[in-house]
Write a protein that binds this ligand. Structure first.
Ligand code: GLN
Length: 242
């Protein structure tokens, strides 16, 4: 059984990001892998060490500000669990909250968890549009597709990116990089939501969650023709090959 946790689904809920936890669960269920999903919000108790997969979605500056103090109370246990191999997917606002701070366009600095060596400063112009990122999974390049809509520009000195921007802005619109990866933590600005169309990434997260449970489980191949055609349509429209 995989134990999954959806953090702040009532607040970090922009652009249908809950579709990520739905896709994760569905691809497990199609393989008869039982998944238990717990939603946790402000003030709820949770022991991250008891979980295999945690999802944090995107949120507006207002929601990020609302949950920052509550999330800060969980920081040490979340960091310990991440160091112990907890699988995390953090999208946009959820991604930014794992860094040192988020500075709003008005100059207000929201302290964040400082689990990842990165920081975010909001620009005046939002970075909005199609986003395609080349992600290396097991050495194989995968074009991951979606859209982005964020004012935050994220910078890091040491954290590996999720991948290279092929179309769009990515982390900050200047270094050509997108997202972040640290141990089993995968961060991205990709909305869409990310996982339903990019099944290779979903299966990677499922495999890592199973491994954390001590289950070396060969994931049977699913019929991904629908997902692949959705990606192909978007890539063709952008003049990019699969
Ligand atoms: N509030 C953050 C920003 O604008 C994150 C937005 C989001 O999660 N889409 O950068």
């Amino acid at each position: 059984m995989i134990s999954a946790c959806h953090l702040y689904p009532d607040l970090l809920n922009l652009y249908g990001d809950r579709g990520n936890i739905i896709a994760f669960r569905q691809r497990c269920e199609w393989r008869n892998i039982p998944v238990k999903i717990k939603s946790i919000s402000l003030g709820d108790k949770i022991e991250f060490k008891d979980y295999d997969f945690v999802f944090l979605g995107g949120g507006s500056d207002r929601e990020q500000n609302l949950i920052a103090a509550d999330l800060m109370k969980r920081r040490d246990r979340l960091k310990d669990a991440i160091e112990g191999g907890l699988v995390v997917l953090a999208i946009c606002g959820g991604y930014q909250l794992l860094g040192k701070y988020y500075q709003t366009a008005e100059g207000k600095q929201i302290p964040c968890l400082d689990i990842l060596d990165l920081y975010t400063t909001a620009g005046s112009k939002r970075l909005v549009g199609n986003l395609v990122v080349e992600v290396k999974l097991g050495g194989k390049p995968l074009k991951v597709v979606g859209f982005e809509n964020h004012s935050g520009r994220t910078y890091t000195r040491s954290v590996k990116p999720l991948g290279k921007v092929l179309c769009g802005s990515g982390n900050n619109g200047s270094d050509g990089l997108e997202g972040a990866r640290y141990k089993n933590v995968y961060c991205s600005y990709l909305h869409g939501p990310l996982l339903p169309k990019n099944s290779g990434l979903t299966d990677r997260l499922i495999s890592l969650a199973l491994k954390r449970r001590g289950m070396e489980y060969h994931l049977k191949q699913l019929d991904d023709s629908l997902e692949e055609s959705a990606r192909r349509v978007m890539l063709d429209r952008l003049g990019l090959r699969m």
